[in-house]
Design a protein around this ligand. Structure first.
Ligand SMILES: NC(=O)c1ccc[n+]([C@@H]2O[C@H](COP(=O)([O-])OP(=O)(O)OC[C@H]3O[C@@H](n4cnc5c(N)ncnc54)[C@H](OP(=O)(O)O)[C@@H]3O)[C@@H](O)[C@H]2O)c1
Length: 217
């Protein structure tokens, strides 16, 4: 399977790409600029020189041609990015990891999109795609550090149960991660908004917190 990452040059998208690549999944780092993507892939190859990671650079359009695509842009650009690539994304699983938040004084707070969540806004922009939400709570630093041992659950939500299961299976390829279904796109509001609270945890305790759900064998 080949996974494309839109906005894959940022810390979050490149971390997802590098982790999946470390699990043997070919990952295309996409960007609005193919040159920028090439530079990022070169940096990642240099950083992880000892490992032969299956990473490819491309523009967002070529990343959208992958079998499964991850949307990793800031919230301001998420809907436009997906909509511009609606044809390439048609029929595919599109994973939104996008959180909408802002700084309010010295705190981070969630922003509530009129659709309730960014994932729903993206799903409306690309009705031909199978939109899934995942990866919102994984801090990019530890995720992108292949020397860091992960132990986290990833909340996965989608109105398309089979698409959600595909993403849970993909997450399961990464040692230390477990995908947990938390329902349909309506859960996006809770999942995305919780991220701002986790950012506050990180600031307060000077850590990189993630979540573990208890009670599921
Ligand atoms: N950082 C984290 O720890 C983390 C963890 C989980 C989820 N997330 C979520 O993942 C997303 C990406 O986070 P990030 O920290 O990697 O963000 P970022 O660095 O600000 O942006 C990621 C990439 O998106 C592209 N981009 C920037 N503005 C854009 C726009 N207006 N339209 C289209 N593309 C644009 C840029 O790539 P090009 O210039 O190369 O196109 C940029 O490198 C966010 O929605 C965030 O909430 C972040």
């Amino acid at each position: 399977m080949r996974v494309g990452v839109l906005g894959g040059t940022g810390p979050a998208g490149s971390a997802v790409a590098v982790r999946l690549a470390s699990a043997g999944v070919e990952a295309v780092i996409g960007s609005r600029s193919a040159d920028k993507a090439r530079d990022v892939v070169e940096e990642l190859r240099h950083r992880w020189g000892g490992r032969s990671l299956p990473l490819v650079a491309g523009d967002n359009s070529s990343a959208a041609e992958a079998d499964l695509v991850v949307l990793a842009t800031p919230w301001e650009g998420a809907v436009t990015t997906a909509r511009d690539l609606a044809a390439e994304l048609s029929g595919k699983v599109l994973v939104s990891m996008v959180n909408a938040m802002a700084r309010w004084g010295d705190r981070f707070v969630p922003l509530l999109p009129p659709t309730g969540s960014v994932a729903v806004a993206v799903a409306r922009a690309v009705p031909g795609s199978r939109v899934v939400g995942a990866f919102h709570h994984l801090p990019a630093g530890p995720l992108g550090d292949l020397d860091h041992e992960l132990r986290a659950d990833v909340m996965v939500f989608s109105d398309d149960r089979a698409a959600g299961d595909e993403v849970i299976a993909l997450i399961g390829k990464v040692p230390g991660l477990r995908g947990i279904s938390v329902g349909g796109l309506g859960s996006g509001l809770a999942v995305e908004a919780l991220t701002a609270a986790l950012v506050e945890v990180n600031r307060r305790y000077k850590t990189h917190a993630s979540l573990l759900v208890t009670g599921i064998e």
